[in-house]
Every structure is written in C-alpha cells, then in structure tokens.
Design a protein around this ligand. Sequence first.
Ligand code: SP5
Ligand code: ZN
Length: 350
Amino acid sequence: MLSFVNHLHAQHCPTYEFYRGEKVPCFEKVERYDYVIEALKANGHEVSFATSSANEVLAQVHSQRYLDFLSSAWSRWLALDTANASVQPFPSVWPIRSLRDDKEPDNFIAQLGLYSMDNGTPMVEGTWQAVKQGADCAASGASHLATTGQASFVCSRPPGHHAGPDFMGGYCFLNNAAIAAQTLRNHGAAKVAILDVDFHHGNGTQSIFYERSDVFFTSIHGSPTSEFPFYLGYADEIGQGAGKGFNLNLPLAAGASVETWFDAFNTATQAIQQFAPEALVISLGVDTFIKDPISKFALDTPDYFKMGHLIASLKLPTMFVLEGGYAVDAVGENVVNVLNGFESFVSSNA
Ligand code: SP5
Ligand code: ZN
C-alpha cells in the first residue's frame, strides 16, 4: 500500500507532559514514527512524500482564527521572552462555562487556553511545520485514493483526531482524518465514512462533522466515564440538525475483552454499510494494544491483521490515517499488520 510519510515529523519533539502535577516524559514520542517506517519497508510497502497541499481544505476543517494562532504561536511565545526558546508553553486558564470564547485576548497564555482542550498537548518550535506537513500527507493520501482508487496510508505524527474545529488537545493540532475526509468530498465523493479505532474517542473529528449528513463518524473507544477525553464520546451523541443519525459512538468499559471489541467493531461496520459511503477513512490508533502504557483494551498483534482483513471485506475505497499507540516498539508491527490484513483480503479476492 502506498504510504504518504511526514518527513518533517521530528520537528515536533516535545520532551515532557504533566501527569498528576509532575513532569513526565512524553508518551507521543518521535521514535513511534521510526518504528512504523521500519515495519512498512520490511513489509514491502512503498513510501512517498506529500504530493498535494492541504492549504485549501485546512480552512474547511478548522477556523481561520485557530489556524492563524497555530501558525504564529511559536514566534509569539518567543516574543514574550527569548529564554522561551527551550521551554514548552502550556495553558493555565480556559474559557469554561459562562466565560467568553468569542473574544481573543492579547495575552499569549490566555490565547493558548482559548485554543486548547487540555494542558497535555505540548508545542515546540517546529510543531507548525510538522503538523502542516502531516496535513499535506493526509490531503495527498485522499487525493491518491480519489484519483487511482488505490488504498493509502498516511504515516504522520503527531496524531490528529482530538483536534477540533478551533482547538488542539490530546497530542493533536490539525485533524488529519477530517482533512482526509473533506479532501475526498472535494474530489466528488458524495458520502464519506470515518471509522475511528483509536482507544480514545475522536472528539475532534466528531465535532467537525456533528451537524453534517455527508460524513458519517463512528468510534469504538474507552468509556468517557473513566477515559480521556472524558467530556465527549457517549452513546447518546447521535449528531445534530442535518447530522442527526450520522454519528455513532460505541464506548466500552476499560478492560473490555478482545471479543467485546470485535463485537463493537461489527456494529460499527454494519452501520457503515448501511450508510453506503463512497469512501472510508480509518483513524488508525493502535493504543488498543494490550501493552499500551496509557490505555485499557486488550488487542494483541495478530488481532490487527484480523482488523485489516475485516475492513477490506467492506469492499470500500479505503485509506488509513495514523493516530495514537504508545507501546513504542510495537507500534510499527501493529500498524503494518492492519495494512497487511487489508491487502491479504484484496489479493485473495482479486
Ligand atoms: C491521539 C491519542 O491517543 N491521544 C491520547 C491523549 C491522552 N492524553 C492523556 C494522557 C494521560 C496519561 N496518563 C498516564 C497514565 C500513566 N500510568
Ligand atoms: Zn488514543
């Protein structure tokens, strides 16, 4: 499968985040990417740099004021104090209920809170360059699928599915899966489905398409009663306005078995078949892995091959976008097992 790889990913290299008030090493590490590239090459998958720009689609998915903030954030952080060059900015104040989010304060940290859902998404000097290139890879993977009918894989970090229309969060800045889905729409696919298999609910993707009937979003994830992002991902979120009926959440208890996970997967894929999309985007997180350090499902390496095979059995034009997965040295094998399982179906049914 052709993979569009983000060769600028390492410019996003934060070193620490916060856990229970203490600094801890980042889970979303630069090496995750290296393991995926290594596994892609070992399994004979072809790689390409981005061939399309996401410039046009970015403004269809994210608000202009958020894009302006993100692209200029580092220079404005440095303008506060040149000593900030080696410091990661974190928000400390947020416009929660009753406070105004329509006004943008001049203060940089107040802006950072306005455009952040958590204090768990550290930024560094090269973050914008890395995430913009990731968006270009997502647009390229979608254009490849739309123009050739051939499946693609967007190999990029940081991930994207927690990033909403106008905020970052959960290690995410630009929503690559949403950018891919919107690019497919722009290429003429009337209906696009997104299946999010990351352990965490794809709150950003859900929010971007919540009032739309042309993009169906479904997600299998740890229940928000105990798992990040906590404030979205319940089963009663079914979409709104024109989007009513086009959102399907399948939250599972932390510790759910592999069998329970595949039962939910079956429910999700049946709903996708009923929607009858012209293209399918998979938000491919592998933090459902039993050894993942921050997640609580139990999938093992062979289960990812099975997942890919079942996705292929839907017989839809399909692309994959890398999301989470923090058992760093297993991320490559697990991701590539999904792609190999997908291709094994295609070749056995050719
Ligand atoms: C894309 C994605 O998978 N984002 C996940 C963001 C999760 N952020 C919260 C991390 C909380 C880490 N908890 C550490 C538990 C260590 N025992
Ligand atoms: Zn995740």
